[in-house]
Design a protein around this ligand. Structure first.
Ligand code: C5P
Length: 427
């Protein structure tokens, strides 16, 4: 299946061979950081010099003046920006392509353009992995490719399943039975779990009762639980998620098997994903990147960042969950000067999965929007964000289930009404 993408990826090889230096611009989340690491590692193995810069998006003002530029986990939705770059450009992305690219010296590698699903079945890191493996034998990077996919809440099907098979046969990955929890003490794993979000933070009594009911000692490491104990734990977690009102898609993500990254510094793929994501979210992308390059000096710092970041999110859920408002066809929240992306993911997946969810954060004259839906709702949020933001003089896009926008702060109300109207007309 991925062979079809290799056809375009091979065109990128010619660009790489032509230049000694490559500038990589990649997205700041787990998918972007792992993509950047896959590209950087494969270029280093070819003896190429490179530099990596992490961006929140292509709406940041950047001077693109290097000979070869790789845009990773971004670019497909910004034909105007890309067409204005004079350098040779390779886009390695999985966002839905929009518009027309007026540029000859461009190689655009994107699963959507090769008839593959880039929303659930192949992320930017998976696309980077395909590209890396036409540049050389880089099958040992399969684990990073899947960590990026997990960061974007993708499924282990289609292209991702093919990468998983690659990694298993190459020997850098292993599957084990289990739950998608961190390899730490059970009590902490339940409190600090964000995916799945279990709502035990600051609810010690509920947690004690839960552990008591399931007959497990919270001081034991999750990895030491027997199959029978894991089975009991999964049932209890599933019940808790049902009571929370979670989106039923999370059950499949959580149960069954875990991926072991045999060659990475953090072997539990769920933990690796969360730690890299946390580094990106608190603007310490280079720490996450160093982990992906297997630099163990950064491990303790990365775990500290993860814990701090996780507590911050759990605090935020506590603070804002009562402020969720309801439109006709959406739910939404408006906050002042705060990061809303992870909040939007948790609220939409675990607390209110029945309608599209919009989180708006107003910062000065601009407002940042995070929008979420899921495959049960059937509303394309990328399209909604693009149309609604353009109507109010902003800009937006992304994926059908996770999209975003930047809009003028004084247009927030008008924007929310337009989003609501568009969601009603799509749903
Ligand atoms: O920031 P957040 O995680 O909510 O973004 C979700 C998705 O929306 C990302 O894939 C991002 O690329 C996209 N997005 C966008 N334009 C923006 C903000 C986000 O395309 N202005």
């Amino acid at each position: 299946m991925l062979d079809i993408l290799k056809v375009t990826a091979k065109e990128g090889v010619k660009f790489v061979e032509k230049h000694d230096f490559v500038k990589i611009y990649t997205h700041y989340d787990a998918d972007g950081i792992t993509s950047g690491a896959i590209l950087a590692t494969s270029l280093a193995r070819m003896g190429k010099d490179f530099q990596v810069r992490f961006l929140k998006g292509l709406n940041e003002s950047v001077e693109f003046d290097d000979d070869l530029i790789i845009l990773s986990d971004m670019g497909s939705g910004y034909p105007d920006v890309v067409s204005n770059i004079e350098s040779d450009v390779i886009i390695v992305d999985h966002h839905i392509p929009v518009g027309k690219f007026e540029k000859e010296n461009l190689v655009h590698i994107n699963p959507h353009l090769s008839g593959l699903d880039g929303t659930y079945e192949l992320s930017a890191s998976g696309t980077a992995y395909v590209f890396a493996n036409v540049l050389g034998d880089n099958r040992d990077l399969a684990g990073l490719a899947l960590v990026g996919a997990m960061g974007d809440k993708q499924k282990m099907i289609g292209g991702n399943a093919e990468i998983l098979r690659d990694g298993l046969s190459f020997g850098c990955l292993e599957l084990r039975r289990g739950l998608s929890l961190h390899s730490i003490k059970l009590r902490e794993a339940l409190i600090y779990s964000i995916e799945p979000f279990l709502d035990f933070y600051k609810k010690e009594d509920e947690l004690d009762e839960f552990l008591n009911d399931v007959g497990l000692d919270g001081d034991r490491n999750v990895d030491d639980l027997s199959d029978e104990e894991l089975y009991r734990l999964s049932n209890a977690i599933a019940l808790r998620l049902l009571k929370l009102n979670a989106y039923t898609g999370v059950f499949k993500d959580m149960m069954g098997r875990g991926i072991v990254l045999k060659g990475e510094l953090i072997r539990n793929a769920v933990t690796m994903c969360d730690v890299v994501n946390a580094c990106g979210r608190i603007s310490a992308c280079s720490v996450g990147f160093a982990l992906c390059l297997k630099d163990s000096r950064f491990l303790n710092r990365a775990f500290d960042i993860w814990k701090r970041y996780t507590i911050e999110i759990l605090e935020k859920v506590e603070r804002f969950r009562e402020d969720v408002r309801e439109g006709f066809c959406i739910r939404y929240i408006v906050v002042e000067n705060d990061t809303v992306s992870p909040l939007a993911t948790i609220i939409s997946r675990y607390l209110y999965p029945d309608k599209p969810f919009i989180a708006v954060s107003v910062k000065g004259e601009r407002a940042k929007v995070s929008a979420r839906s899921n495959d049960r709702i059937n509303v394309n949020m990328a399209e909604v964000m693009q149309k609604a933001s353009e109507k109010v003089g902003g800009r937006g896009g992304g994926h059908s289930v996770a999209a975003g926008a930047i809009i003028p702060a004084k247009k927030v109300e008008e924007f929310i009404s337009e989003v609501d109207r568009l969601c009603c007309s799509q749903g």
